[in-house]
Each structure stands twice: as structure tokens, then as C-alpha cells.
Design a protein around this ligand. Structure first.
Ligand code: G
Ligand code: G
Ligand code: MN
Ligand code: NA
Length: 256
């Protein structure tokens, strides 16, 4: 209860902010995008991680407001980086959403309005949704997925390879790509079984004609292996940790 009251107040007083983790092109290790990860500077508690408050935000239905708040912050940052020529128009920013937003029939319109407000094309935005939540049976989220696709906003399946995806279902989902979960990458440099497994997953994604980003790359050995396997986009502590807006601006400045 205390958490919920604090969450409500926090939204009104700008205690939430996005941290950005770079998405890297393996070809030249350049920054091609960023994933926004919410952080809460909670009064009297310091920095709170999403795992500690997102469940409450979701259960209470507050998550929709939080997502729209973050979307506005994130698009503002992208607009600023564009104006400063720190990024070009191929740069994409990823925002995580829950099935709640996808079930909200006004969500696609809210996204359209936000993009228009910041005078940005839909192609700048990618939304990520965890695999399990897409597979939850009902078809309501399809409306939003189709509206987003029509608009030009891409949706990626997050944490791919950890849930119970039905392969036939995967083919029909109107999504643009998948993010391969860190757990599938951890041992690839030391365990040949893991490499075969990752290759199978990657072939599956390719067969569905989906884009692919590999997450959780922590070592140069993993990076080399992934490059040899033909992956093109990665994220992970080996390249960059999540940092706040000014930290990411600096990363972009160095990367130019
Ligand atoms: O940064 P990390 O601890 O930052 O994130 C932990 C988990 O919280 C991840 O599963 C991530 O997808 C999720 N997460 C981070 N930011 C957001 C957000 O803004 N919205 C939603 N729905 N999930 C987020
Ligand atoms: O579920 P999602 O993929 O949105 O979660 C992203 C989470 O993974 C965030 O908490 C982020 O901080 C974390 N993360 C990103 N890269 C790495 C990495 O290389 N190693 C580890 N341990 N965590 C990572
Ligand atoms: Mn994610
Ligand atoms: Na993930």
C-alpha cells in the first residue's frame, strides 16, 4: 500500500527516469540504438530497481501511465540527440511494455500522439514485450500489434527462448523481431551444446523472418562466437551498461 501511494506520487514529481543500454552492431561495434530501462529515484529510499516496483505498478494498473511518461521522456531524448547530430535517423530506441498496454485499446493512439508531439517518425521506436505475455492465449493484443505495425512502430519479443512459445503461434504474431535472452548466451563460449541450441533458436527466428538482437553479452569470447555465428546486433555489459541520459549522450559523443 505504501509502495502504491509512493508510486502515484513519484509519477507526479518526476522521480522516474530512463537508463539507456546501447544496442551494438557487431560489424563495427557502433551504437545503432538503445534500450530504455526505467529507474526510480525514490524519496527516502535511493535508487529502486524495476523488479521491485513494476509488479505493483502492473497490478494497480498504473503501468500504463508510467509507460506513457517514459515514452515522452525517451522521445524527448531522441529528439535532442538527433538535433545535436549524435544519432542519425536509423537509430532506434527500445521501450519495454507489458501485456496491459497491449490490451489497452487506446495505447496505439497514445503512441501515435507522442510521436507526433515530438515530431518523430514511427520508425524511431521499438516496443519490447516479454515472450510469455504474448503467448497468453487471448487475442486482444493483436489489435494493438496490428495498429502499431500499420503505424511503423516495431515490436520485439523480449527474453526469447525462456518461455513456452508455440512455434506455429510465433509465425503468426505481427512482430518485427526477437531478443535472445542472456541465459542462452552465458555458456556459448565454453559449452558446445549451448552453441547448437543457440543456433537452433537463431534459425527459428530467421525462418520466421524476424530481426534478432542477442542480449547479455559479457565477454569478448562470447562476442567473437556470436559474430562467427552470424549474429549482427547485440547488447550487454561487455559493450555498455545502462546509463542515464547524460551518460548516454557522452557514449554517443565518444562513438562518433
Ligand atoms: O534494468 P534491469 O534491472 O534494468 O530491468 C529489469 C527488468 O525490468 C527487465 O526484465 C526489464 O525488461 C524490465 N523493465 C525495465 N524497464 C522497464 C520499463 O520501462 N517498463 C517495463 N514494463 N519493464 C521494464
Ligand atoms: O528483460 P530485459 O531484457 O528487458 O532486461 C534487461 C535487463 O538485463 C536489465 O536489468 C539490464 O540491466 C540487464 N542486462 C543487460 N545487459 C546485461 C549483461 O550483459 N549482463 C547482465 N548480468 N545483465 C544485463
Ligand atoms: Mn527488454
Ligand atoms: Na531480454
Amino acid at each position: 500500500a505504501e509502495m502504491l501511494a509512493d508510486l502515484r506520487q513519484a509519477l507526479g514529481t518526476d522521480q522516474f527516469f530512463p537508463a539507456y543500454q546501447a544496442v551494438i552492431s557487431l560489424a563495427d561495434e557502433s551504437i545503432v540504438g538503445a534500450e530504455a530501462l526505467v529507474r526510480w529515484q525514490r524519496t527516502g529510499h535511493g535508487l529502486v530497481r524495476p523488479d521491485q516496483f513494476l509488479p505493483t505498478a502492473e497490478e494497480s494498473g498504473m503501468i500504463g501511465e508510467l509507460t506513457e511518461y517514459l515514452l515522452d521522456r525517451v522521445l524527448y531524448d531522441v529528439k535532442t540527440w538527433r538535433a545535436a547530430k549524435l544519432i542519425d535517423d536509423t537509430f532506434k530506441v527500445h521501450l519495454n511494455v507489458t501485456s496491459r498496454e497491449l490490451h489497452d485499446l487506446r495505447f496505439a493512439d497514445a503512441v501515435r500522439t507522442a510521436l507526433r508531439h515530438h515530431d518523430l517518425p514511427a520508425t524511431v521506436l521499438v516496443l519490447e514485450i516479454t515472450e510469455n505475455r504474448l503467448m497468453s492465449g487471448d487475442n486482444l493484443h493483436r489489435y494493438t500489434l496490428l495498429a502499431l505495425r500499420k503505424m511503423g512502430v516495431e515490436v520485439f519479443i523480449d527474453d526469447f527462448g525462456t518461455g513456452y512459445s508455440s512455434i506455429s503461434y510465433l509465425r503468426q504474431l505481427p512482430v518485427a523481431g526477437a531478443k535472445i535472452d542472456k541465459s542462452l548466451v552465458d555458456d556459448i563460449a565454453v559449452d558446445p551444446t549451448q552453441e547448437s541450441f543457440l543456433r537452433a533458436i537463431s534459425d527459428l527466428i530467421a525462418a520466421c523472418e524476424l530481426k534478432c538482437i542477442v542480449e547479455g553479452v559479457e565477454t569478448i569470447e562470447q562476442s567473437a562466437k556470436l559474430k562467427a555465428m552470424g549474429f549482427t546486433m547485440v547488447q550487454g555489459f561487455h559493450y555498455a551498461r545502462p546509463v542515464d541520459t547524460s551518460g548516454f549522450s557522452e557514449l554517443l559523443l565518444q562513438g562518433r
